[in-house]
Ligand binder design. Structure first.
Ligand code: HEM
Length: 411
């Protein structure tokens, strides 16, 4: 991990000290206008698992994946750059506290008023909370700063098998809250949105989960709801060359930002569960239990899509997910979570799937891979893309700075 390890006490004190500087914030959504938040306060003894808010990149991209996500897409109702800038400053101040395991304000003794913090995270650990913020192409249009929109930030093309629902597509701002505690995520999102009511509303949200087997004291790659290890082929956080080449932007105000593509993908579990294990493995091109490429033993053995058996057939089938994804000759960082939303009322089947999230230097990388998967990918029979979004996740925040600062400074 380069930038967002669990925080040392020194880091914590650095963050705590900016509270003294007094961050000016806008409306709290309670009709109260806070002039300054200057109670970043005392070390929070109960909180053990903190991720650093500051860094070269925002937290929640190369940070170790957590168990839960609350992913929310917002609509912007302001056309005032300054108002939106203040909102990001306020979200910055709140994020620092939330990631520290603190409430955004002490619960007051004044019982005649609603409390500033809603309170349900009181006493809870920070649980490795990360908060990741990004904006879509329409964000720039609404604020009439279209000239500041990086040329790569544009809507994704339509893909052949898409069945997108407008309800889960588009939007102006994304916040990805990840932690090991769903209540910590919910509390964070709830309080961030409450603090900016009137400026943003929620368009869609999705919770998701990952579970981790531990082997010999090491956390293993999580399995998705098709029971395959998901994330094996990702570039690793310490592979700086790969991060530079494939994940983070290296120019303009967006330097060290990254493009986030989200796809809400329904997975037809009942169909999958009727499929023989051999066919399931041929669908992905990997062994289910070990996660190894077909014909190999270990999860991280090299994937060679050119390899053929004695009969001249590809060992990793040409129409398998991994074969095709690799054939696109580019990379992305996938940080997906499974979801279950109860029962599909029309079919009586599970309403379940993957909240697919990938980070890349340009959305073009996603498009290239998705086009390669196209109609050919064997996995298509078992999935349907229902929602979509593309966002530019802002660069990491310098100490004392705020989310989106490089953009707002460039205006
Ligand atoms: C429900 C949908 C999906 C499921 C269940 C799924 C599952 C998997 C699994 C099990 C692997 C192999 C292990 C790994 O390397 O992580 C994999 C690899 C991969 N997937 Fe997906 N995937 C889905 C959708 C997508 C989409 C939409 C894309 C991008 C357009 C994508 C891109 C990739 C890439 C780039 C790899 C790594 C290939 C490599 O370099 O080895 N996947 N996926």
């Amino acid at each position: 991990m380069t930038n967002n390890n669990n925080m040392s006490r020194r880091d914590f004190l650095k963050i705590a000290s900016i509270g003294g500087a007094g961050v000016v914030v806008g409306s709290t959504g309670l009709g109260t206008s806070l002039l300054a938040i200057n109670h970043f306060g005392k070390d929070n003894k109960h909180t053990k698992h903190k991720v650093n808010f500051y860094g070269k990149y925002q937290s929640g991209i190369i940070s170790d994946v957590q168990k839960h996500v609350y992913f929310v897409v917002l609509e912007l109702h302001s056309t005032e750059v300054n108002e939106v800038k203040e909102m990001f400053k306020q979200w910055t101040a709140h994020s620092i506290k939330l990631m520290n395991g603190d409430l955004i304000a002490p619960l007051t003794n004044n019982t005649m008023l609603p409390t500033i913090d809603t309170g349900e995270a009181k006493g809870l650990d920070a649980a490795r909370l990360t908060l990741t913020y990004g904006v879509s192409p329409t964000f720039f249009d609404k604020l009439k700063i279209t000239e500041k929109r990086p040329k790569d930030l544009k809507d994704l093309p339509h893909f052949p098998k898409d069945q997108l629902d407008d309800k889960f597509t588009g939007g102006d701002i994304v916040i990805q809250a990840c932690s090991d505690d769903p209540q910590v995520n919910f509390h964070a999102i709830r309080n961030l949105i409450r603090a900016s009511s009137g400026i943003v509303t929620m368009k869609w949200a999705q919770t998701g989960f990952n579970s981790f087997e531990e082997k010999d004291g090491k956390v293993q790659t999580p399995r998705n709801l098709f029971s395959f290890k998901d994330g094996t082929g990702n570039p690793k956080a310490h592979e700086q060359d790969a991060l530079d080449q494939y994940i983070f932007s290296n120019s303009g105000w967006e330097k060290n930002g990254s493009y986030l593509v989200v796809r809400k993908i329904q997975m037809h579990l009942e169909t999958w569960d009727r499929t023989a294990l051999e066919d399931q493995e041929a669908t992905f091109g990997r062994h289910r239990d070990s996660g190894a490429p077909l014909g190999k033993k270990n999860e991280f053995d090299t994937v060679n899509i050119e390899e053929k058996d004695k009969e001249g057939n590809y060992v990793i089938p040409e129409d398998s997910h991994v074969h095709l994804a690799k054939k696109a000759k580019t990379k992305m960082l996938r940080r997906s979570f499974s979801y279950t939303n109860g029962v599909n009322e029309q079919t009586g089947a599970f309403d379940a799937g993957l909240i697919f999230v990938s980070y890349q230097k340009s959305p073009e990388q996603f498009t290239r891979i998705q086009n390669m998967l196209g109609r050919i990918d064997r996995m298509n029979e078992y999935i349907t893309h229902r929602g979509s979004g593309v966002f530019l996740v802002f660069p990491g925040i310098k100490e004392g700075g705020y989310i989106g600062e490089t953009l707002f400074n460039s205006i």
